[in-house]
Structure formats: structure tokens, C-alpha cells
Design a protein around this ligand. Structure first.
Ligand SMILES: *Cc1c(COP(=O)(O)O)cnc(C)c1O
Length: 367
């Protein structure tokens, strides 16, 4: 049988060891006689699962003590509304949030935020077809902005911040809110540079259904009156992510992924592997005149690598043939076309090498 490599953008590949452990524990978790899915979220068994998951998350991300980590539902798109509802109230109404528009995801975020306050597009990569992060010195920030929203890895466009911006001076200390859905725990980040971080779990951390928010404590308690209680970060924090039933099974799997990351040696070790994987693929793309990647070199994502065949009439054959070779879900997002290889933490370098070998063969067959 061919080895299968899954390049899906999300829900995405999970470590095989994690799936094996979940399978072994499916019917009876640690002798409890219950599946994790059947447990009370307030019982001692699940309490130990969520407590361990939270402390492993804090350890892996080196979350400072003055930040809360929240496990909730709603996904990344949910956060597009939840963030402004929680943070626009930091300033007198109507408040303004600044957005750095880098592609599909910030496009959705800024559109949603307009329902809850004013939106200023501080910089946009649209004119360049979203192929680079707008340079920091081009951003036109709002003095007294409620917050500054970034998507530090644009999953569809394949662009990623390779720097941590500082916005405090021009905004009177506005916090940065970062959508890290598709690269959280793929690289070491300094949490203290952000006011809030949010991430759907289904790219790098686990299955769909869990959303993780990391938020500085002084930003809690400023929600707009319309904010639903179940999405009010202060209420969720005060109730240790148990205000309503959290996504228990997704938290359990994410907890197993955190333990897997710890066994790998932590985020810094994975980051080195991710650098090596991305370099291998981009070096091949740059050396080929059959395939192309359009993203500026200093903005290329290590997680999501979009590429195009120069002869796009071969797209269907490329995908069918890749699938026959065990290389799955390489089709690019419909809004941008082409191909995309998502090479998250759980993708081994062997998978990237198998993809390159296939691409070479396909190119020489059609040269
Ligand atoms: C996948 C993704 C989301 C996801 O949102 P869902 O509501 O969980 O589907 C948000 N932001 C980014 C950058 C993503 O990659």
C-alpha cells in the first residue's frame, strides 16, 4: 500500500500516534468505564483532562501569568465577531479597530467587525494580489484605536509574518489581536507582544470545534452590552472555560496533540523542522519552470504553500495523479485556484519529499 500524505488546509493531518491513542482510549478512558465523549464536563475525569491541556498549552506557548487561556466554540469566523464585541468597548463609542489587510481571512474579519464599530484599513496588500505582508512603515494606524487586527498566517494566500510588529507608539498602546489559526505552535512567538491571540484548533492543534483564545487580563471586562454571555471573554475566564459546555472531545484530542508536541521537544524543535520542510518545497518550486509560487520571499508561509502549474490545463490530471500516488487534498482554495500544500506540524519531511518527487516526475512526463 502507498503511504498516504494529507496536505489538507484544515481540518488537517493529525499525528498518527495521537489518533492511535485516541482509538485505544475510545471506549474506556483510563479505566473510567466511559468514553471521553460521555463524561460530564464537570466530573473529575474531564477536569483532569482540561486542566492538563490548559497547563500544557501555557507551557508550550510560554504564556505569561497575566494572560488567560480560554477554550471555547465558534471557530475563527466566530472570533471575527467575538473580538470586536469584547474589545471595541476599550474606547468610547463608536470606537475604531485597525486592520492590516493581507488576504482572504483579514478580508472576512474586517467585514464582520464593521457591524460592531469603525474599521480602518491601516494597510492592504490587495493591489499586489496579496503576495506580501505590507511593510510595517507603510501602516497608517489610528491614534487611540481600540485594537489592531492582524492575521499572522493567511492560510489561503500563503503569506506569513516573519516579524513581530510593534504598534504601541502610534496608537497610544492599542493591543494587537492576531488570528493565528493556521500557524499556532508552528513557531516560537512572544505572547507578551500581543493583547489577544485566537485560533481555531483544526489546523495545527486538533479537530474542529475547539477555539483557543489567549488574552491579556486587563483587556477583559470591556465587552459591548450586546455581546452574548457565552462569548464574553471575562465570563468565560471567570468560569474557567466552563460557563457553558466546552467542546470536550476536541479539548481531549488537542490535549493529546500538546503532549505529542512536548515529546517532540516543544515548539522550538518543531519550528526547526517546519523551516526545513518549507525550504525544501520552496527551493524546488523556485528551481522549477513547470511550477510557480507568487509570494514574496520574505512573506512566504511555512505552513501553507500555494503553487500553480504554468500550464493550468493540466490541473485536473495533476490532482488525480497525485491522489493515485497517495498525496491528498492538494487543490488550492477556489478563490485563488491552483494548488496548495499545507504542511502543518504533523506533516513529516518525508511527506514533503514524496510530494516533490511526484511533482518532478509529473513535470518530466509533461515537459
Ligand atoms: C481556518 C481559518 C479560520 C477558520 O475559521 P472557522 O470558523 O474555524 O472555519 C480563521 N482564520 C484563519 C487564518 C484560518 O486559517
Amino acid at each position: 500500500m502507498t503511504t498516504i500524505y494529507n496536505f489538507a488546509p484544515g481540518p488537517a493531518v493529525l499525528p498518527k500516534e495521537v489518533l492511535q491513542q485516541a482509538a485505544a482510549e475510545m471506549l474506556d478512558w483510563h479505566g473510567s468505564g466511559m468514553s471521553v465523549m460521555e463524561m460530564s464536563h464537570r466530573g473529575p475525569e474531564f477536569t483532569s483532562i482540561i486542566t492538563t491541556a490548559l497547563s500544557d498549552f501555557r507551557e508550550l506557548m510560554a504564556v505569561p501569568d497575566n494572560y488567560k487561556v480560554l477554550f471555547l466554540q465558534g471557530g475563527g469566523l466566530g472570533e471575527n465577531a467575538i473580538v470586536p464585541m469584547n474589545l471595541m468597548g476599550l474606547k468610547p463609542q463608536p470606537a475604531t479597530a485597525d486592520f492590516v489587510h493581507t488576504g482572504s481571512w483579514t478580508g472576512k474579519s474586517l467585514k464582520e467587525a464593521q457591524k460592531y464599530g469603525k474599521v480602518n484599513i491601516a494597510a492592504s496588500g490587495e493591489a499586489g494580489g496579496f503576495t506580501a505582508v505590507p511593510p510595517r512603515d507603510s501602516w497608517k494606524l489610528t491614534p487611540d484605536a481600540a485594537y489592531v487586527h492582524l492575521c499572522t498566517n493567511e492560510t489561503i494566500d500563503g503569506i506569513e509574518y516573519q516579524f513581530t510588529p510593534d504598534v504601541a507608539a502610534e496608537t497610544n498602546g492599542a493591543p494587537i489581536v492576531a488570528d493565528m489559526s493556521s500557524h499556532i505552535m508552528s513557531r516560537v512567538i512572544d505572547v507578551s507582544k500581543y493583547g489577544a491571540i485566537f485560533s481555531g484548533a483544526q489546523k495545527n492543534l486538533g479537530p474542529a470545534g475547539l477555539t483557543i483564545v489567549v488574552v491579556r487580563e486587563d483587556l477583559l471586562g470591556h465587552a459591548l452590552p450586546i455581546c452574548p454571555s457565552a462569548f464574553n471573554w471575562k465570563i468565560i475566564a471567570d468560569n474557567d472555560s466552563m460557563y457553558n459546555t466546552p467542546p470536550t472531545y476536541a479539548i481531549y484530542i488537542a490535549g493529546l496533540v500538546f503532549q505529542w508536541i512536548k515529546r517532540q521537544g516543544g515548539v522550538a524543535v518543531l519550528e526547526q523542522k517546519n523551516i526545513a520542510k518549507a525550504k525544501l518545497l520552496y527551493d524546488y518550486l523556485d528551481s522549477s519552470d513547470f511550477y510557480t509560487n507568487r509570494v514574496a520571499k520574505d512573506s512566504r508561509s511555512r505552513m501553507n504553500v500555494p503553487f500553480y502549474l504554468k500550464d493550468e490545463s493540466l490541473n485536473t490530471e495533476f490532482l488525480a495523479s497525485a491522489k493515485e500516488n497517495g498525496l491528498l487534498q492538494l487543490k488550492g482554495h477556489k478563490s485563488v485556484g491552483g494548488m496548495r500544500a499545507s504542511i502543518y506540524n504533523a506533516m513529516p519531511i518525508e511527506g514533503v519529499q514524496a510530494l516533490i518527487n511526484f511533482m518532478q516526475e509529473f513535470a518530466s512526463k509533461h515537459a
